[in-house]
Design a binder for this molecule. Structure first.
Ligand SMILES: Cc1cc2nc3c(=O)[nH]c(=O)nc-3n(C[C@H](O)[C@H](O)[C@H](O)COP(=O)(O)OP(=O)(O)OC[C@H]3O[C@@H](n4cnc5c(N)ncnc54)[C@H](O)[C@@H]3O)c2cc1C
Ligand SMILES: NC(=O)c1ccc[n+]([C@@H]2O[C@H](COP(=O)([O-])OP(=O)(O)OC[C@H]3O[C@@H](n4cnc5c(N)ncnc54)[C@H](OP(=O)(O)O)[C@@H]3O)[C@@H](O)[C@H]2O)c1
Length: 511
């Protein structure tokens, strides 16, 4: 017999706790598969993992960091402390059921044959979804029924993206050790040192997890028997050493209303279409300014690491990684090396490349990212499961609701530069929607809006599959504010409206 309740939330990472706080007047039940909150900050962190921005850019609107003027980038431990304080302060902690993994979801509402569903009657007292929850990794399953379900299972973590190989070319032929960055995160300090020290390590992947790992590896190999770490780089991306470009603050380029005015956005109309075409040389010049700085500051050409695509495309797909200070210092010492094969596979002594060269290795670590959508696909039934992905993107209205999936919301699947704010403002929107303070538009209108957003993402960057709104985030939030009945221009004067960045502090709750 299913236990009936109003709202269920799956996952207690940032998105889960943000939405639970906004919905706590409905007494939601939050299911968290592990024994702690914080998601990736608990399970995907190395000892060197830090926030990629100062703390005030990753802050709940009504819960400032204790030392918010401290400009250092907080460690993952500080972030976890902050999240625990937030969850405790707002009474979210006691709503979380830890060690409770959602293993199956069933739709039990009405759906007409046209696919039009119960959207609009969001909290109507009738169960819409049933959820099977496995507790404490036992075989015991308890079913729950909910009027509304919020999926906050995260884009990263939990399910590693593992490279595939033809028979006899995979890790089974390799005599050394192979693991994913997710396994590395589980090691304590002593075990991770033991894994890396005086070992020939190959790191697969040239994004944030790979870059940080290469630095940890170089640091563990400083002794007389130290070995270099080799990074396998498939696609080059721009990396940034800090948030200043030719003496200008980085936010000037992309995070103000004035700078985002130069970029395309959904629903922009004919006139803006023409304007955006005419202004494209200015956008290109801004991207080039950043590229020229990065090429001057970092030895990208020396190591063959200069990307061919514009910086703007990495920014527009939320792929900008902040480089640890020591990265190129270690490369200059020869402790981090780079290989750029178009194909690679294993042999018994290491890895082999398509130019028939071989590299000896003791350990190969996949820093190859995650398969976040699979977390949803394994629990969501058809026909909804097939709707989750369109051309690699999740088509979500306001980054939250799939127009064809009734009484369900998804948080944490659309990204911007500050993902905590992105999740929080959508949680506020969702809470007001569930409280009937505004209504959703018709399903065709929502589909049209999501389609327009996907088109803009596709135009902005070849890496659009990451569902990122960083070049039109302020406009996206404006529309959310307007729909909730909030004012969208939230600064005190025109100058700061145009030229200062927007953060969660600008979105203090309105009545
Ligand atoms: C190492 C790392 C560092 C990052 N650094 C930054 C940064 O500096 N700045 C930034 O803006 N973003 C950063 N990000 C992006 C980050 O993903 C978001 O900022 C944010 O933390 C995501 O939170 P979430 O709650 O959406 O997802 P998650 O943190 O992934 O949380 C999902 C939760 O759901 C639980 N769960 C999953 N499946 C189930 C299930 N079936 N049943 C029950 N529970 C389930 C998981 O256990 C987990 O606790 C980083 C990501 C990673 C991996
Ligand atoms: N705050 C922090 O310090 C921090 C730390 C770690 C991660 N993060 C965040 O966490 C998220 C995930 O980052 P991530 O670095 O783990 O994953 P990711 O961004 O998905 O990067 C995966 C990397 O692996 C490469 N790759 C995948 N399969 C490969 C294969 N078969 N052969 C060769 N290379 C392969 C990818 O190359 P292609 O580009 O060619 O696909 C890419 O370079 C990001 O949002 C990141 O910003 C943040």
């Amino acid at each position: 017999m299913a236990i009936f309740s109003k709202i269920g939330v799956v996952g207690a990472g940032i998105s889960g706790i943000a939405v639970a706080k906004q919905l706590r007047h409905h007494n939601p039940i939050i299911f968290e598969a592990t024994d702690c909150l914080g998601g990736v900050w608990k399970h995907c962190s190395y000892k060197s993992t830090k926030l990629q921005t100062p703390r005030c850019d990753y802050e709940f609107a009504d819960f400032p960091w204790a030392e918010r003027d401290n400009t250092s980038f907080p460690s993952y431990e500080e972030i976890l402390d902050y999240l625990y304080s937030y969850a405790t302060h707002f009474g979210v902690f006691e709503l979380i059921r830890f060690n409770s993994k959602v293993v199956e979801i069933k739709f039990v509402g009405n759906q007409d044959p046209e696919g039009n569903s119960d959207f609009g009657n969001l909290l109507n007292g009738r169960p819409m979804w049933e959820v099977a929850v496995q507790t404490d990794q036992s075989d015991h399953i308890q079913w729950y029924a909910f009027e509304f379900l919020v999926i906050c299972t995260g884009k990263y973590g939990d399910i590693p993206n593992i490279p595939q190989f033809p028979p006899n070319k995979g890790p089974e032929v390799f005599k050394g050790q192979v693991l994913h960055s997710l396994d590395y995160c589980k090691l304590d300090e002593e075990s991770s040192l033991e894994l890396l020290q005086d070992k020939k390590v190959v790191v697969v992947g040239y994004k944030k997890s790979g870059i940080d790992l290469a630095v940890e590896c170089a640091k563990a190999n400083q002794g007389p028997k130290g070995q270099p770490c080799t990074m396998l780089v498939r696609t080059l991306h721009w990396t940034v050493p800090h948030y200043s470009v030719w003496g200008l603050p980085f936010y000037i380029f992309y995070s103000t209303r004035a700078s985002q005015f130069l970029h395309e956005r959904p629903n922009q109309g004919m006139l803006r279409n023409v304007f955006c075409k005419l202004i494209s040389p200015v956008r290109k010049a801004m991207s080039k300014t950043i590229e020229s700085y990065l090429l001057w500051k970092l030895p990208l050409e020396k190591y063959g690491l200069k990307p061919e695509h514009p910086f703007e495309e990495d920014y527009g797909s939320c792929q900008m990684a902040i480089l640890p200070e020591e990265f190129f210092a270690e490369a200059n010492k020869g402790m981090i090396q780079f290989k750029r094969p178009s194909k690679w596979w294993f042999w018994e002594g290491g890895v082999q490349f398509d130019d028939n060269t071989k590299l000896d290795a003791d350990v190969v670590i996949y820093a190859t990212g995650f398969d976040g959508k699979r977390k949803i696909k394994t629990i969501l039934p058809e026909p909804f499961c097939s709707l989750i992905e369109t051309e690699g993107m999740m088509p979500l209205y306001r980054g939250t609701i799939h127009p064809l999936i009734p009484n369900m919301a998804f948080l944490g699947f659309i990204e911007s530069v500050a993902n905590l704010h992105t999740a929080e403002i959508r949680s506020i929107w969702l809470s007001r929607l569930l409280d009937n303070r505004f209504k959703l538009p018709s399903i065709p209108k929502m589909l049209e809006q999501t389609q327009k957003e996907m088109e803009i993402m596709k135009k902005t960057t070849r890496f659009y599959k990451r569902s990122c709104i960083s070049t039109f985030s302020i406009n996206h939030t404006d529309e959310i504010c307007e729909e909730m009945g909030w004012k969208s221009w939230r600064k005190t004067n025109w100058l700061s409206e145009a030229f200062s960045p927007y953060s969660s502090q600008d979105y203090q709750e309105e009545n």
